[in-house]
Design a protein around this ligand. Structure first.
Ligand SMILES: Cc1cc2nc3c(=O)[nH]c(=O)nc-3n(C[C@H](O)[C@H](O)[C@H](O)COP(=O)(O)OP(=O)(O)OC[C@H]3O[C@@H](n4cnc5c(N)ncnc54)[C@H](O)[C@@H]3O)c2cc1C
Length: 259
């Protein structure tokens, strides 16, 4: 259980940022992860009064507020229309509906969990993270960085591409053993592997959609996989090419449906 001595509902991002500079403070979003961490903090900073839970469709991108629950993205008609239903399919296996009504996208992106379906899909879609102090940063860069005390304000997802996600799980709502997200744009296929178990990474860019299976095997041979309770590195390396091929095929099917 997490314990907070003071609970502050921030009235501005500047206030939230200033309070968050102290190590004794913590930003609380859905509190689904934090409440399991046994934290004992002086101050919880709640962002819920800042109107950061919207999903806005622009001409060239979707802009999703950091406090948008995963469920809102999963069920968002515009997002799913634009990206071939990828959000619905990728987020549905995450724990359960009530959970996804609470867990937020900003916290998922900030946390850079080594099992994240959310980061894998957003990375495949070449999303940008909008931070309060630093401004826009490519998620591909942000994924490599250490946790800092800036605030994730929005996620920007460029249009003009479709995506598909494949994951392997020991049981239906468990965290993934391996996740693969593929996207297709004018620049070709982009493939991401997550739950290796380590932060999701882009493993291929500009790949031809009809690449033979040996190409996926070659890609997987270059990726570092680890062993944990769910699977060994050998198992992950073995199934990675299969997941990649399936994700690319699913992405191709979505692209064909859209034509
Ligand atoms: C039991 C369990 C199973 C899960 N299974 C999966 C899974 O299968 N797939 C998957 O993709 N994810 C999974 N997750 C992760 C989940 O999707 C969320 O990422 C996680 O719960 C964090 O979301 P939250 O809103 O609850 O954040 P919180 O618990 O409130 O915060 C998490 C962290 O993010 C920080 N934070 C929150 N918002 C911001 C912000 N705007 N800017 C900067 N920092 C911020 C907090 O300070 C904290 O460090 C699981 C989580 C749990 C607890």
């Amino acid at each position: 259980m997490a314990k907070y001595r003071n609970y502050v509902i921030a009235q501005s991002l500047e206030e939230a940022y200033a309070l968050n500079q102290k190590k004794s403070s913590v930003i609380v979003a859905g509190n689904m992860w934090l409440r399991m961490c046994g934290l004992n903090k002086q101050k919880a900073i709640d962002l819920s009064a800042l109107g950061l839970d919207g999903i806005v469709e622009m001409e060239d991108a979707f802009v999703v507020g950091a406090m948008a629950p995963l469920r809102a993205m999963e069920t968002h008609e515009g997002l799913n229309r634009a990206f071939g239903g990828a959000f619905k399919k990728a987020f549905a296996p995450i724990v359960g509906t009530q959970f996804r009504n609470m867990a937020t996208v900003g916290a998922s992106v900030y946390s850079r969990f080594g099992f994240s379906d959310v980061s894998a899909l957003l990375l495949a879609l070449n999303a940008e993270v909008i931070l309060y102090k630093r401004g826009a940063v490519k998620l591909a860069e942000y994924q490599k960085e250490a946790w800092d005390r800036d605030i994730v304000v929005q996620i920007r997802i460029p249009k003009g591409q479709c995506a598909a996600v494949q994951s392997v799980r020991v049981s239906a709502t468990d965290i993934p053993t391996l996740v693969c997200a593929a996207s297709k744009s004018d620049a070709g296929m982009r493939i991401v592997l997550g739950a290796r178990p380590a932060r999701a990474v882009v493993v291929a860019e500009g790949l031809a959609p009809d690449a033979p299976q040996r190409v996926y095997e070659e890609i997987a041979s270059q990726v570092t996989f680890g062993t944990n309770l769910r699977a060994s590195d050998t198992y992950r390396k073995k199934i990675a090419p299969v997941l990649m091929a399936r994700a690319v095929k699913a992405c191709q099917e979505v692209a064909a449906d859209e034509r």
